[in-house]
Design a protein around this ligand. Structure first.
Ligand SMILES: C[S@@+](CC[C@H](N)C(=O)[O-])C[C@H]1O[C@@H](n2cnc3c(N)ncnc32)[C@H](O)[C@@H]1O
Length: 456
C-alpha cells in the first residue's frame, strides 16, 4: 500500500473509532482532574469502547511513524529517556500534591518550587517537558496545573506528612512511577553492555540481569530489596503493584469460605480488591518475610475488618519449598512466572501441583506475548487467540499493546526474567503437571491463565 493510502486508512480508522466512542460515552476533558468512575479511566468494561480506544492509540502512533521524518523519530525516541526521569522527579518532589489545592488556574512555578524546596528555573523546564507530553498543563507562562493524567500522581496526602513517609499506605501509581523512573531506568541503561558481555548475554541465571551488572552485585534482586538501605525502594516496589487493573477471575462463583492462596502475593495488591468485593473468601498471602511484614501493616490500614475477622492471613513462605496450604480452591500467582527462568518456574509449579486437590484451580496472571506480525499457530486453548486488529494496524495492535513488551524488558533488566507466549506457558505447565483449561483477557496486559491438575 502506498503511504498516502495507509495514511487515509489510518485516518478513517481513527474517525470510525471516535464515532463509536461518541455514540456510547462522554469523554472528560484532559484538563479536568482524574476520576476513576469516568471513561476512559474506567470505561474499558465496554468492549466496543475498549477496542475503539486501542485502534486510536495504535493508529495515531502508526500515523506518526509513517509521516514524521525518520531521523526525527530516532532522535526523539532516543531522548525519550528524559521523560520517565522528569516524571519521577515531579513525583518525588510531590508536585501533583502541591498543585491539588491550586485547582485549574494552577500555581506559578516559583511557588511550586518553594513548596517543593527546589530550583524554580529547573523545575519549570521539567514540568514543561511533561506538559508537552500531556502530563501537567502550562496554563500561562510558568504557571502549571494538574490535568487528568498528572492528578493521578496525587497520593492525596498532605505534603507535611511526607517528612514521615510518602510511601506508606495506598499511594497508587506514584510508587510505580517513582520506582520505574529511578532504578529501572538505571538498569536498562546497561542493557547494551550486558548484551555484549557473553557471561550475561547467554545466561538464564537470575543473578545475571542488567540490575546485577549496574549495581555490581551477585545478590538476587529480592535479597537486595531486603537490605536495610533499600527499605524505601521495597515499600515503593510493593505499592507499585497497585498499578495493575483488577483481576477478572470470577471470584463470585467460588463458594463461601473458599481458600485463595496468593502465592508470592507481595503486599497483597492483587487480592485486596478481591477481599473488598468478596468478604466471605479466605485469603492467605504468602511472601518473603519483609513483604509479609509490609502486607500486614498495609491491610490493617486498608481493610482492617478482613484482618480482625481472620478472612485474610499472612504467611512467610518460600515458593520453592513445599506448599503448606494443601488443596486450596485457588492458587493465584500474579506477576510471579515472569520473574523466573523455565526450570525455576517448573519448580514453583510442581510445589503447587503436589499440594493441589482435584478441584484446585491455578490462576496465573501475566502478560501473554505475541509476535508483531501475523502468527499461523493454531490455538487449541479456549480464549488464547488474540483478536486481530483491522488493517493496516500491526497484528499485535502496535503501540496500543506496547505495555506487554515494556514489561518484558522490565523483567529482563531486573531479574533476567521474561513474559511468555501461550506456547511457552503451555510447555512449562505441562512439565509441572498442570493443564491450561482456559485463557481470559488474552489481549490485556494481564492475561489470566486458568489451569487444573493434569490427570495422569
Ligand atoms: C512482581 S512481585 C508480585 C507481587 C504480587 N503477586 C502482586 O501481583 O502484587 C513478585 C513477588 O514475589 C516475591 N518472591 C520472590 N521470591 C520469592 C520466594 N522465593 N518465595 C515467595 N515469594 C517470593 C517477591 O517478594 C515479590 O513480592
Amino acid at each position: 500500500m502506498a503511504s498516502i493510502s495507509i495514511l487515509r486508512s489510518l485516518e478513517n480508522l481513527i474517525s470510525a473509532s471516535v464515532d463509536i466512542i461518541e455514540e456510547r460515552v462522554q469523554i472528560p476533558d484532559l484538563d479536568s482532574a482524574y476520576h476513576e468512575s469516568v471513561v476512559p479511566d474506567n470505561g474499558l468494561s465496554d468492549p466496543a469502547v475498549a477496542d475503539a480506544i486501542s485502534c486510536i492509540v495504535a493508529a495515531t502512533a502508526q500515523l506518526v511513524a509513517t509521516i514524521r521524518p525518520a531521523h526525527l523519530t530516532l532522535i526523539s525516541t532516543a531522548m525519550m529517556i528524559h521523560v520517565p526521569s522528569a516524571l519521577r522527579t515531579a513525583t518525588d518532589l510531590h508536585v501533583a500534591e502541591v498543585l491539588r489545592d491550586a485547582g485549574p488556574q494552577g500555581l506559578h512555578v516559583r511557588k511550586i518550587a518553594a513548596l517543593c524546596r527546589t530550583s524554580s528555573g529547573k523545575l519549570a523546564r521539567i514540568l514543561r517537558l511533561l506538559a508537552s507530553e500531556h502530563i501537567f498543563r502550562e496554563v500561562s507562562p510558568d504557571v502549571f496545573a494538574n490535568n487528568r493524567i498528572s492528578s493521578l500522581l496525587d497520593t492525596k496526602k498532605s505534603v507535611d506528612r511526607f517528612a514521615q513517609s510518602k510511601w506508606d499506605g495506598g499511594v497508587g501509581i506514584a510508587a510505580f512511577v517513582s520506582y520505574t523512573g529511578g532504578h529501572t531506568l538505571k538498569f536498562t541503561s546497561y542493557l547494551a553492555e550486558t548484551m555484549r558481555d557473553p557471561s550475561f548475554a547467554y545466561s538464564e541465571d537470575h543473578i545475571k540481569a542488567p540490575f546485577n551488572y549496574t549495581l555490581k552485585t551477585d545478590l538476587p534482586f529480592w535479597q537486595w530489596l531486603d537490605l536495610p538501605e533499600n527499605e524505601v525502594e521495597r515499600r515503593k516496589f510493593g505499592l507499585a503493584m497497585t498499578c495493575a487493573p483488577k483481576t477478572s477471575f470470577e471470584w463470585g462463583l467460588l463458594p463461601k469460605n473458599s481458600v485463595v492462596v496468593d502465592v508470592g502475593g507481595g503486599v497483597g495488591m492483587a487480592t485486596l480488591p478481591v477481599a473488598r468485593a468478596f468478604p466471605d473468601l479466605r485469603i492467605i498471602i504468602q511472601d518473603r518475610p519483609k513483604f509479609v511484614e509490609d502486607a500486614r501493616k498495609l491491610w490493617k490500614e486498608e481493610l482492617p475488618i478482613a484482618v480482625s475477622s481472620g478472612h485474610v492471613a499472612f504467611q512467610v513462605h518460600d515458593f520453592f519449598e513445599p506448599q503448606p496450604i494443601q488443596a486450596a480452591d485457588v492458587y493465584l500467582m500474579r506477576w510471579i512466572m515472569h520473574d523466573w527462568n523455565d526450570p525455576l518456574c517448573i519448580s514453583i509449579l510442581k510445589r503447587l501441583r503436589d499440594a493441589a486437590g482435584p478441584g484446585t484451580k491455578l490462576l496465573i496472571v501475566d502478560a501473554l506475548m505475541s509476535h508483531a506480525c501475523r502468527d499461523p499457530f493454531a490455538y487449541d486453548i479456549a480464549g488464547a487467540a488474540k483478536p486481530l486488529p483491522p488493517k493496516p494496524l500491526l497484528a499485535n495492535f502496535g503501540h496500543a499493546r506496547v505495555g506487554e513488551y515494556l514489561f518484558d524488558l522490565q523483567m529482563l533488566v531486573t531479574v533476567n526474567g521474561q513474559e511468555r507466549t501461550i506456547r511457552q506457558f503451555s510447555d512449562i505447565l505441562q512439565v509441572a503437571g498442570w493443564e491450561i483449561e482456559e485463557v481470559k483477557s488474552a489481549a490485556a496486559t494481564q492475561a489470566h491463565l486458568i489451569a487444573t491438575p493434569a490427570v495422569v
